[in-house]
Design a protein around this ligand. Structure first.
Ligand SMILES: [Zn+2]
Length: 130
């Protein structure tokens, strides 16, 4: 199954989050620990992403849309989104995930546009996204 990966802006993310079950997947590496993060986002660092894809699949059970991001969503975010889309097409059974997206301009764009961020150290973050 071929999946196209669309980019979503922070305001689009807020509006789709109202109508679908969205999981946000942060693939930044160490930056997550000293920068803030989007509340409720999952953290699967890009350097160990491939190994942890089964764990991610488990963590997002019940969600139908995944939105990946890194700091700027130029390299790591889109790469991990593509890797995960390929993984989904290889595994047997329906994971229930209809859409894989990338947050345009990443965490930095989200933060710069004045969207709320979370600074907790919980793993996973228990915050509400919006
Ligand atoms: Zn948090």
């Amino acid at each position: 199954m071929a999946r196209s990966i669309a980019y979503v802006s922070p305001s689009q993310l807020i509006s789709i989050n109202r109508s679908t079950r969205v999981a946000i997947v942060d693939v930044r590496d160490d930056e997550r620990s000293y920068d803030a993060h989007i509340a409720g986002s999952h953290h699967f660092a890009s350097d160990s992403f491939s190994k942890r894809m089964p764990e991610l699949l488990e963590a997002v059970k019940g969600k139908d849309t995944l939105v990946f991001h890194c700091a700027l969503s130029q390299v790591r975010g889109p790469t991990c989104a593509r890797t995960f889309a390929n993984y989904l097409s290889e595994i047997k059974g329906d994971a229930g995930i209809n859409k894989i997206m990338v947050l345009d301009h990443g965490f930095n764009g989200w933060h710069a546009s004045g969207r709320p961020v979370c600074r907790c150290t919980d793993i996973p973050c228990k915050g509400e996204t919006l």
